[in-house]
Design a protein around this ligand. Structure first.
Ligand code: NG6
Ligand code: CA
Length: 520
């Protein structure tokens, strides 16, 4: 059965700050607005508040300085689609087949009868919206998105009242926005076709027209060209609907701010899924060259600007003291992810994953230990937290914060870490966390306390060009690290602590087997 709730079922009023404090004292739940800002491919060390010192991210730093900066914050996977799937469903993605990186014509991978994060917000009486990168597929299984008609099921069918989206990632075709379940500005006389095969022998591609490209590709990404950049996949038509890569960030700000403005008198939940700093990294002209590291870090500065613009809107509407802002990333960093944007060559002393090993695609810490900040002016104290929390926990934590009960079977791997998110020093973080890569093929990191077990069933660790020498290393199936002494996962301690490894292996296997990790 699909669970849907409408606002008319419940009456809510906005709480003022004094009321909030009283209601908290009385144990009553809060109904703050909630904004989840998810960056794309942002690593642990990629913000100045997390140690970057060759460029500045003042707006995100302001959130960190006025709220909780987590040093043990995670996303649940080291690629985009599974992390987003888990954010919205509260379930580990490895439990469901087909939750790896979604292709251009991929169908919606969240079943319409799955109880979701936007569903719980609806149940709590919120207006729900998503702006930015989707990358969870659209349309029915076996069909995919109906680009020239109603694109369904999509965000609406899983609980979002409003959406303004980039359908997949911008290195995948097509470069169009989807809103109101349709491609925006699509001219029916110029229908949009998206496919995996070259539509005609003379169709220009990144291979045939390589010398015309404004940013060259390094691997993959050599199919249809739009805006001087060749992509993954082919498309034709929809010319009026196509956007310029340079304008994405401005559009996210415009649409996020419009959503906030429209819903300023109701509790709202906004998922702002930035495309920065995913490839192709093409920041707006005004951000090009603002850092010494090329477009990768320029895109971080652009991301920071968007956060500042959204915070300005909250301030202007006097909503800052009634809005919980959660800032996070969808996976760790990568340098060369398919385009020659000189990220690796220009990285200088910048350490995108901070002190951690690995990055995007990896189950080492760098793959999933990412920036995590919670900010709520007047409510969350300023400070650093070492509690272990994960993006997958946002669903249950917000349910708890708003006093909304979960239906049976919902959010199976999502823990209530709301007290940690609110900066309560006595609160507990997670006791354990399973870290996955893109697939469900048994490559895991398993953190329990300060111990970390890694499992590479095929003995090969993909470690994508954050540190070049680690790419596709041969590694033992199991490794064990003591993160309290060895956060960089340099010294495999499995020989010295075989009993701990045995226990962790068994516990990991049982949590995978059990189909859920949060006790009902
Ligand atoms: C990979 C792409 C990479 C990126 C990634 C998804 C190639 C060679 N690599 O398959 O460029 O698009 O998928 O990134 O095509 S994510 O952040 O959305 O998970
Ligand atoms: Ca990503």
């Amino acid at each position: 059965m699909t669970l849907r709730y409408t606002n008319s079922h419940m009456i809510f009023r906005k709480l003022t700050i004094p009321t909030l404090i009283c209601s908290l004292a009385a144990g009553a739940p809060d109904k703050p607005n909630v904004i989840v800002i998810m960056a794309d491919d942002l690593g642990y060390g990629d913000l100045s508040c997390y140690g970057a010192n060759t460029f500045k991210t003042p707006n995100i730093d302001t959130l960190a300085q006025g709220g909780q900066l987590f040093t043990n914050g995670y996303c649940s996977a080291s690629t985009c689609t599974p992390t987003r799937y888990s954010l919205l469903t509260g379930n580990y993605a490895f439990r469901k087949k087909g939750t790896g990186i979604a292709p251009p014509n991929g169908h919606l991978i969240i079943d319409a009868d799955t109880f979701t994060l936007p569903d719980i917000m609806k149940k709590a009486g919120y207006q729900t919206g998503v702006v930015g990168k989707w990358h969870l597929g659209l349309g029915e299984k076996g069909k995919g998105p109906n680009w020239n008609g109603e694109i369904k099921p999509g965000p609406r069918e899983i609980g979002f009242d409003h959406h303004f989206l980039l359908p997949t990632t911008n290195d995948r075709v097509p470069q169009v926005y989807v809103t109101e379940s349709r491609v925006l500005n699509l001219d029916p006389k110029d229908p949009l076709w998206v496919g995996r095969k070259k539509p005609s022998p003379d169709h220009p591609t990144g291979i045939t027209h390589r010398d015309t490209l404004k940013q060259d590709w390094s691997h993959g990404h050599n199919s249809t060209i739009h805006n001087g950049i060749s992509r993954i996949g082919f498309y034709t038509g929809g010319h009026k609907a196509r956007f310029r890569d340079e304008d994405l960030a401005d559009k996210w700000v415009e649409k996020s701010n419009a959503f906030i403005e429209e819903n300023k008198d109701k509790p709202f939940f906004l998922f702002y899924a930035s495309h920065d700093l995913h490839v192709p990294r093409i920041p707006h002209e005004r951000f090009q060259g603002v850092t010494p590291h090329g477009f990768r870090a320029d895109s971080i500065v652009q991301l920071d600007w968007t956060v500042g613009e959204i915070m300005k809107t909250l301030d202007r509407l006097k909503l800052t003291e009634n809005t919980l802002v959660i800032f996070c990333s969808d996976n760790g960093p990568v340098m060369d992810d398919g385009y020659k944007d000189a990220a690796l060559e220009k990285r200088g002393s910048h350490k995108a994953a901070g002190q951690f090993k690995g990055g995007k695609y990896s189950v080492y810490e760098g793959g999933t230990r990412t920036p995590f900040i919670t900010y709520w002016k007047g409510k969350i104290p300023a400070g650093k937290s070492d509690k272990v929390i994960c993006t997958i926990d946002i669903a249950t934590s917000i349910a708890s914060l708003t006093g909304t009960s979960l239906p049976t079977g919902a959010f199976k791997d999502s823990f209530d870490v709301s007290a940690s998110m609110l900066g309560n020093k006595d609160a507990k973080g997670r006791e354990h966390l399973i870290q996955q890569d893109n697939g469900g093929r048994g490559k895991f990191g398993f953190r329990k306390g300060n111990w970390k077990l890694t499992r590479h069933p095929k003995g090969s660790a993909r470690n994508t060009v954050v540190e070049k020498n680690l790419a596709n290393n041969k590694v033992p199936e199991f490794q064990l690290y003591d993160l309290s002494k060895d956060p960089g996962e340099k010294n495999n301690a499995i020989k010295n602590h075989p009993e701990i490894a045995t226990k962790l292996k068994a516990e990991l296997a049982s949590l995978v087997e059990a189909g859920r990790s949060r006790p009902e």
